[in-house]
Design a protein around this ligand. Structure first.
Ligand SMILES: [Ca+2]
Ligand SMILES: [Ca+2]
Ligand SMILES: [Ca+2]
Length: 295
């Protein structure tokens, strides 16, 4: 039979254990909720930024209607819809003989675009072989963005674009919906729309319409029916995780789109293993204490 002293020790131990587990659970809850809610519109695992349907300068060939991003266990899928094909629109007066998609930029830094660009904090993805990017196809970290808009008969600044009468609701998609928000993130000036330099960290794979639809892409759900839909994917390990702003402009700055989101939106393995470690350590230490009490 257990003595009163032993019972008291076990009771104390149980209280300690309960407190320890409560603390561990609280820690886990904090680590899971530390990320603020991400923007974008999630539909069938794709995160959509739907752009204004009437803010493309130069007609339907320069009208972006949306961008969508999907995260799988090991890759990031990106889809764009609008009037511009992967090869771009032929134009003999434009650099490279065409005006097409610029490069895609991911910003995980929380800083605005110009600040992140100056600091080399952007990730850049060149997926359009026909454009005027200064690097080969692929994914780049510490990417620097440079503008090729004026060489593509476009706008030297965002302010010029707006002053030409193209300000519409959802000007840069649903996540940067008005001019003030656009200036806040990009500033009024020149917008770097292709990669000038960076460290290559991965390749891009161009995706077919069948592959995109097979993965659940559905711009139709938002009535964002571009005549052209372009898609590609790259390894998730090439980029950071956390909250991001992804942005893309045409080479001429005639239209642009953004989407905000959060990569690894499920609890990260590190958070779970952290919980496992705390719980395991508590159980182990308590087992030792029990043995000591009972011996
Ligand atoms: Ca548009
Ligand atoms: Ca060009
Ligand atoms: Ca736009």
């Amino acid at each position: 039979m257990l003595e009163w002293k032993t019972l008291k020790a076990i009771h104390k131990l149980m209280r300690t254990q309960a407190f320890g587990l409560t603390a561990a659970i609280a820690l886990l809850a904090v680590s899971m909720s530390a990320k603020p809610a991400s923007a974008g519109t999630l539909y069938q695992d794709w995160n959509y930024g739907i752009d204004a349907f009437n803010d493309g300068s130069g007609g339907s060939q320069y009208e972006i209607k949306g961008m969508a991003i999907k995260e799988t266990s090991d890759s990031i899928w990106v889809a764009l819809t609008g009037g511009t094909s992967l090869a771009g629109n032929s134009d003999s007066q434009a650099l490279g003989g065409s005006i097409g998609w610029g490069d895609l930029f991911f910003n995980f830094s929380g800083k605005n675009y110009q600040t992140a660009n100056s600091a080399g904090d952007l990730f850049g993805i060149r997926f359009a072989a026909a454009n005027d990017s200064k690097v080969s196809l692929g994914v780049y970290q510490n990417a620097k963005a440079v503008s090729v808009a004026t060489q593509n008969r476009g706008y030297g600044s965002l302010e010029q674009y707006y002053n030409s009468g193209y300000e519409q609701t959802n000007t840069l998609g649903t996540d940067i919906a008005n001019k003030a928000a656009a200036y806040d993130y990009f500033s009024k000036g020149e917008v770097g729309n292709v990669i000038s330099s960076g460290n290559k960290v991965g390749e891009v794979d161009i995706l077919s319409m069948a592959q995109l639809q097979g993965a659940g892409l559905n711009f139709n759900h938002f009535s964002a029916n571009g005549s052209q839909t372009v898609g590609f994917k790259f390894n998730k390990s090439s980029v950071k995780s956390g909250n991001y702003t992804a942005s893309l402009f045409l080479e001429c700055l005639n239209d642009g789109v953004t989407v905000k989101g959060d990569l690894h939106s499920v609890p990260e393995p590190s958070a779970l293993s952290g919980f496992g470690f705390v719980a395991g350590a508590l159980l182990l230490s308590n087992r030792r204490k029990f043995r000591k009490v009972l011996s």
